[in-house]
Ligand binder design. Sequence first.
Ligand code: GRF
Length: 200
Amino acid sequence: ARVVVLISGTGSNMAALLDAASDPAYGATIAAVGADREGTQGITRAAEAGVPTFVTPFSAYADRSRWNAALAERLAEYRPDLVVSAGFMRILGPEVLSAYLVINIHPALLPAFPGAHAVRDALAYGVRVTGATVHFVDEGVDTGPVIEQVVVRVEPDDDVASLHERIKQVERAMLVDVVGRLAREDWTLENRRVRWGAAG
Ligand code: GRF
């Protein structure tokens, strides 16, 4: 399966996917890495690894719809079977979502704490457990069907940085696992639930 990874920053999830994809048995190859802004560490990392990269700067377009259309055009060049939003801080519109299957990694146990400040919000609420979610992307903000989740305990001394770091360690492994399974296995989606294995 051909995978394009979309990032906005560090790209540690993307780097974990790149590592996994270096083994042909993984089933997915990273066709390209794209970003919504110039100068991200993740794009530098991907380029150093010899992976094609592109930037579709959000700021260069008059509105969200035109930016989405431009992004869909860039994606088309790489013919992805799957698009992975991994630390990509933009809401995708119908221009992209009608053309591609997109999944996202979110650093909380959805539907708790959607949005851009999930780790901060979970800590502020005082939950004892949080975690990470891989889900299909629909037009809402972190509302698409859940594929997999992993739990992380909140420790008494946690701050946003320490908690996010522990979440990132487990979310990378989960994302690598889910992308590989989507690439290698048959699956269907029924009533918001993923069913693994051949249909019928
Ligand atoms: C991850 O925690 C992801 O869940 C969130 O943003 C972070 C991105 O980290 N959406 P990285 O760029 O993959 O290092």
